[in-house]
Unconditional design. Sequence first.
Length: 110
Amino acid sequence: MKPKTPDQTWTFAEMVASKQGWTLNPDRSFTTILMEGLTTNWNRYGYYLCPCRDTEGTREADQEVVCPCKVSWEDVKEHGHCFCALYLRPDFAASGRPPSSIPDRARRGS
Ligand code: SF4
């Protein structure tokens, strides 16, 4: 599989954000770290495993936490941002409030 570059990951994340009506975290240095994590995970596992979670070993087991993870819609709606705080609800981003630590719905109980 052809390795991805961080630029390709940015393009992917911008596409996701635009499609969902979300905003990428405006903290560029923080977001750059997440993009690097996503890129590393793609190149290591072959899919965009969430950069804030560990793999469970297989694509099937990680299905819920491939970016954008299944719980991100609920998290963005309820908390204003996803678990990693890569994607923000536009009004939350505009408020300038810093993202907080939120419970991991995807790996709850695991
Ligand atoms: S929490 Fe979900 S949406 Fe946010 S970076 Fe991780 S996988 Fe992507």
